[in-house]
Ligand binder design. Structure first.
Ligand code: GAL
Length: 638
């Protein structure tokens, strides 16, 4: 038998392992220029992102089984630091954050894991996965050659690797993890910040390597990844990507199956045909690992969404937010995966020969001694093409690739969707009991309330709330002396500059107006005439954070909240600059403090019911109960 060294080593390992009482299958994971090699076998690996905190543990087995049925080999997930270490040294790995359980569910389904430890993740996740306390560690600068940052990053990365090792979750220990990732898309940041970025990349790579996981490390979008680390591509298309060394395989860590939804933005859509084409092109150009980002997007529960990111992270993924197959995407890709697997023997053993079949048509042929697979492509986006290949003719729709796993028979064309679709419509469930609504009015705080504090000048919101709540009150008094006149007899103009993200302005208890920013422009300016009377006028500003940024060079330096200038224009004595005035502050809303959004908390307050339910009243909590036994929904409306 002509076994190579790797194969012999694998058999030896297998024998060693099976002689122990518990026989888990241990394997060596390496790679070469063609592919990731598991147990001595080059593999074409199809992977999908499912982020464990974006679904519930009850959903995991079903999601993963559906991924397997859809033809995937690997589940990819980030590790979410801020979910696991809410305060320094206090770790949480329960419920939706039960990382070990998630990985074991994948293992039980017989799939592999690609663990993207980060711990920076981007991912439209609050603060890109960093705990907010990290920003307040003295001397902290994120993602650069900075000692406090490197120490914290190393500590968390080590913690995760240690956990994985203790649970024997790396492939070399008999577990499912075949690949890990350190950092995330650091290349563009390094390009902007220069030398300290380069030094950081080098350190990151050495630190990761030093953890001896036994499986390869990846850095995505990192053209200068050191030799020991595979650099990979992220994007809608990656066919022209080349790794930075001839010894590394061509891998695609994020093929975006749709896109995320931002506040107020359109719900994105990417056709199944286009995803299939992008995959076929990548494979025909020698690619051997593809991950769908996302395969199941899910939900941004609690306050985990990044700045101006919607609660739904559906992503137009093959499995929708609720875990149901999205057709025809799910099944069209499932058929593609089957065909790719038929081609696998040829793909891993030969390099493609490319020939032109026309102006915008090509054949990519992988031919070895015992196998042959061909990809016929038509890049013309508007017209179909009839091409001659191997003595036969083939009809290629516009913008499509046909796959011939035996170099003869067209098993699949990326533009021919042969999926019977049953579209899912959500229907209102009729109920016999009318909904019974209750309302509870949030109170506007006063400077004397418990928990308020005062100081001269405006303060940055997150430095005070530490992101325990989205809400922060700014309070001050505007005193108009009897002899003060408003110029031109009109109401004075109040102008408020805020670093973001939304602002409700109350004057003497009444809502005067609202202003908000957007993902592209989080800053906002409120500028409106307000009614003031002689004497003391109460100004209350409710500043609302809509998640924290998850991407950008040194986003830890970006501010939130009312930082000014705040001015009042049109008073007789000239423009008043209120920026340096004495302001009082209160963290959070009363409803939050009372937990009215929970069943227990909701029973502590008196809800107005029936005809007394508040209508069009700003800052009101609403609850609705369908029946006594069924669900209880509480919402805050502002
Ligand atoms: C990538 C990033 C992912 C995610 C994606 C957009 O650049 O690596 O974490 O943010 O963009 O959904």
């Amino acid at each position: 038998m002509g076994l190579n060294f790797r194969e012999k080593a694998w058999i030896l390992l297998g024998i060693l392992c099976c002689s122990s009482l518990i026989c888990s299958v241990k394997a060596i994971v390496t790679y070469d220029r063609k592919a990731v090699i598991i147990n001595g076998q080059r593999r074409i690996l199809l992977s999908g992102s499912i982020h464990y905190p974006r679904s519930t543990p009850e959903m995991w087995p079903d999601l993963i089984q559906k991924a397997k049925d859809g033809g995937l080999d690997v589940i990819q997930t980030y590790v979410f630091w801020n979910g696991h270490e809410p305060s320094p040294g206090q770790y949480y790995f329960e419920d939706r954050y039960d990382l070990v359980k998630f990985i074991k569910v994948v293992q039980q389904a017989g799939l592999y894991v690609h663990l993207r430890i980060g711990p920076y993740v981007c991912a439209e996740w609050n603060f890109g996965g960093f705990p907010v306390w990290l920003k307040y560690v003295p001397g902290m600068v994120f993602r650069t050659d900075n000692e406090p940052f490197k120490a914290a990053m190393q500590k968390f990365t080590e913690k995760i690797v240690r956990m994985m090792k203790e649970e024997k979750l790396f492939e070399t220990q008999g577990g499912p993890i075949i690949l890990s990732q350190i950092e995330n898309e650091y290349g563009p940041i390094e390009w902007e910040i220069g030398a300290p970025g380069k030094a950081y990349t080098k350190w990151v790579a050495e630190m990761a390597q030093g953890l001896s996981t036994g499986v390869p490390w990846i850095m995505c979008k990192q053209d200068d990844a050191p030799n020991s680390i595979i650099n990979t591509c992220n994007g809608f298309y990656c066919e022209n990507f080349k790794p930075n060394s001839d010894n590394k395989p061509k891998m695609w860590t994020e093929n975006w199956t749709g896109w995320f939804t931002e506040f107020g933005g359109a719900v994105p859509y990417r056709p199944a045909e286009d995803i299939a084409l992008s995959v076929a092109r990548f494979i025909q150009n020698g690619g051997s690992f593809i991950n769908y980002y996302m395969y199941h997007g899910g939900t941004n529960f609690d306050r985990t969404a990044g700045e101006f990111i919607a609660t739904s992270y559906d992503y137009d993924a093959p499995l929708d937010e609720y875990g149901l197959p999205r057709e025809p995407k799910y099944s069209h890709l499932k058929r593609l995966h089957k065909v790719i697997k038929l081609c696998e023997p040829a793909l891993v053993s030969a390099d493609p020969t490319v020939t032109s079949l026309g102006d915008k048509q090509e054949a990519h042929v992988f031919k070895s001694k015992s196998s042959c697979a061909a990809f016929l492509s038509n890049y013309n986006t508007s017209s179909a093409a009839r091409v001659l290949f191997g003595g036969s003719t083939y009809d290629l729709p516009p913008w499509s690739v046909s796959i011939l796993p035996d170099c003869k028979t067209e098993y699949y064309n990326t533009a021919k969707v042969q999926v019977r679709t049953s579209s899912i419509h959500m229907k209102m469930v009729p109920t016999n009991t009318p909904f019974s609504w209750g309302s509870y009015n949030e109170e506007i705080p006063s400077a004397n309330d418990n928990g308020t504090f005062s100081q001269d000048g405006l303060v940055e919101q997150i430095s005070i709330t530490r992101d325990k709540t989205d809400y922060f009150w700014y309070l001050t008094d505007i005193t108009i002396s009897p002899d003060e006149k408003f110029l031109t007899g009109e109401d004075p103009l109040l102008t408020i500059g805020s670093a973001g993200h939304a602002l409700h302005v109350f004057v003497n208890g009444q809502l005067a107006g609202t202003a908000y920013g957007s993902l592209e422009k989080p800053k906002l300016t409120f500028s409106q005439k307000i009614k003031l009377h002689a004497g003391v006028n109460k100004l209350a500003l409710l500043s609302t954070a809509a998640g924290l940024p998850n991407v950008g060079v040194h986003y830890e330096t970006w501010n939130t909240g009312v930082l000014g200038p705040v001015t009042l224009n049109g008073v007789n004595s000239g423009t008043w600059d209120m920026t340096k005035w004495k302001w009082s502050y209160k963290i959070g809303t009363k409803g939050e403090a009372l937990s009215v959004h929970t069943l227990a908390g909701s029973s502590t307050v008196e809800w107005k019911e029936g005809s007394l339910v508040a209508k069009k009243q700003p800052l009101t909590w609403y609850k609705v109960r369908e029946t006594e036994e069924s669900m209880n929904h509480d919402h805050q409306q502002s």
